[in-house]
Write a protein that binds this ligand. Structure first.
Ligand code: 5AD
Ligand code: SF4
Length: 457
């Protein structure tokens, strides 16, 4: 990492001139994948000599962007204006942008013409080249821009600064080959590539020896893990290997595509004490007609029968989902099919999204985009149903004593500590810092819909 050292010299020089330690803030938009990438960026920045901070009045602000929906892009443009006002007051300040939004050529064009104060732009495939690109940005005039269309190899062993000492995300694969017709991810994250199980397990062993007790295996479609590798290991097989790592107590994963969820995976989950009893199973729509247009490769009936198979083996499992309202051509009948699935499945919670037209995706060219007022009515109905069902379902654990991993002091009340159950539900308990990172049994005394109050048993 010779460029990290070169950057460190420049940062030291600037720091001496400024008479203070320079600070850097990495702001993450979007998903867990981006959150993990940001930990790598913070790791590199820390090795360059920056003090990592959470506020944007810093000497380097790096936005790790998302573009899955249009409003994510709009948020970035809006906040860039504010960063420019900060930059005018601070001669040492640099502004850098990376992540999914930068993989869109129109975005980069717009930034080049109207946001000239940005110092550096790079994409999702060359994140590991950040130190070299940043060196260029520090030493050359004008905006440094480098975007790659795809990546061949996975670069291992980047430095990282974890947000939490006791839990960590672990990438098991990058990219996506599914091409759901509304989704921009395959275009900005490139083709699906799995890391070898050796690399994954060795990272998890290192994390365990560094105090991590919970890992979240990350991929756009974890159920197709292993495709393209010569190992012949399935995702369920990988989970079995992760289970064997000593010190790891909890294993989570994100995201499962219903079309690839195998009975082998259900078996492994049902028989494991470490794999969390939670499945995030994006439905997107309950209408088989819309699912076909979305290129999801399952029908309403397939999805419901999968849920039955899962519940048959794991009756108490927590199910969460993603649903899109207002996909082009969605009729009232189609929407009722979605409501029907929501009622039948009874999700513990659901992320509901208004369809956002993403240029370059097949769905953007479909006729019959749905008017906003129609979408709004459907969205509100769906949200109400999801929230009511979710609140009712949480009740089923009230009075039980279950293990909680304590994560942080409650932001509103510092006498409370907040943790999570195996199924990811939030629990608040009286307690202090000393509990952070520990797993203790807690009796869930009250259920407040989306969280519990509890007492250490
Ligand atoms: N519009 C709305 N929601 C979308 N998602 C992906 N693309 C779009 C889009 N164009 C949602 C899906 C996915 C989640 C991460 O984001 O529900 O599961
Ligand atoms: Fe997008 Fe579909 Fe891939 Fe998920 S599986 S990232 S929704 S294309």
């Amino acid at each position: 990492m010779e460029y990290i050292e070169k950057d460190a010299l420049l940062v030291k020089e600037m720091s001496e001139k400024a008479g203070r330690v320079l600070t850097a803030c990495v702001t993450t938009f979007g998903c867990q994948m981006n959150a993990r990438d940001s930990e790598k960026l913070r790791g590199m920045l820390s090795e360059m000599g920056y003090e990592i901070v959470d506020t944007e009045d810093a000497d380097l602000v790096l936005y790790n962007t998302c573009t899955v929906r249009e409003n994510a892009n709009l948020k970035v443009y809006g906040r860039l204006g504010y960063l420019n006002t900060l930059k005018k007051k601070n001669p040492y300040m640099k502004i850098a942008l990376c992540g999914c939004m930068m993989q869109e050529p129109e975005v980069v064009e717009k930034l080049k013409t109207s946001y000239k104060f940005v110092d550096l732009i790079f994409g999702t495939h060359n994140l590991y080249r950040f130190p070299e690109l940043f060196y260029k940005a520090l030493t050359e005039k004008g905006m440094t821009v480098e975007i790659w269309k795809d990546s061949k190899d996975i670069v291992e062993d980047l430095p990282k600064i974890r947000k939490y000492r006791f839990k960590s995300g672990v990438n098991i694969m990058f990219g996506c080959d599914n091409f759901c017709s509304y989704c921009i991810v395959p275009y900005v994250r490139g083709r699906e590539k799995s890391r070898t199980s050796d690399d994954i397990i060795s990272e998890i062993r290192d994390l365990a020896s560094d105090g991590v007790v919970e890992v979240m295996l990350l991929g756009q479609n974890v159920n197709s893990y292993g495709k393209g590798l010569s190992e012949g290991l399935s995702f369920a097989g990988l989970l079995r290997k992760v289970e064997e790592v000593e010190g790891i107590e909890r294993i989570r994963f994100m995201t499962s595509h219903p079309k690839d969820l195998s009975d082998e995976l259900i078996d492994v989950m049902a028989s494991s004490k470490k794999i969390c009893d939670h499945l995030h199973l994006p439905l997107q729509s309950g209408s088989s007609r819309i699912l076909k247009l979305m290129n999801r490769h399952y029908t309403k009936e397939d999805y419901l029968s999968l849920v039955d198979r899962i519940r048959c083996r794991m009756p108490d499992i927590t199910l969460t989902t993603d649903i899109i309202v207002g996909f082009p051509g969605e009729t009232e009948e189609d929407f009722e099919e979605t409501m029907d699935v929501v009622k039948k499945v009874g999700y513990d919670s659901a992320f509901t999204f208004i369809y956002s037209k993403r240029t370059g995706t097949p769905a953007a060219k479909l006729p019959d985009q749905i008017p906003e007022d129609v979408i709004k009515v459907r969205f509100d109905r769906l949200l109400k149903e999801v929230q009511e069902k979710g609140a009712l379902r949480s009740e089923r654990f009230t009075g039980k004593t279950l293990p909680v991993l304590f994560e942080e002091i409650n932001r509103q009340d510092d006498k409370l500590i907040t943790g999570r159950l195996m199924n990811n539900s939030v629990v608040h308990v009286k307690g202090d810092h000393s509990l952070i990172g520990k797993i203790l049994p807690v009796t869930l005394t009250e259920c407040h819909g989306f969280y519990y109050m509890g007492e250490i048993a």
